[in-house]
Design a protein around this ligand. Structure first.
Ligand SMILES: [Zn+2]
Length: 97
């Protein structure tokens, strides 16, 4: 059993020492929309992928993922898609205009 399951109907261990007026309201129900919102927010973020710096195509890597776990990432340049990586061999130098 998880703490979330056990604490629901057991009063959360309120004691007689609990000062009146400080006890938190029971808001299990109002938490629900928040979790839904959170899921939506994170779901949206998870959909965003790094774009290839050369052709602009979306890569398979989510934004913010550590570069050490990605493949086709060129340090100092950015994320490449697979075709661009293969075309350049991973040697990409960013030259300012
Ligand atoms: Zn590309």
């Amino acid at each position: 059993m998880t703490p979330k399951d056990t604490g629901f109907f057991e009063g959360g261990g309120y004691s007689k020492k609990q000062p009146i007026g400080i006890a938190m309201p029971s808001n299990h129900i109002s938490n629900e929309p928040y979790h839904e919102w959170l899921k939506e927010k994170y779901g949206h973020l998870k959909m965003r992928k790094e774009k290839c710096i050369l052709c602009g195509e979306e890569t398979k890597w989510p934004e913010g993922m550590g570069i050490e776990v990605r493949s086709h990432y060129v340090e100092g340049a950015g994320q490449l898609c697979e075709p661009c990586w293969e075309a350049t061999g991973g040697r990409v130098i960013i030259q300012p205009d």
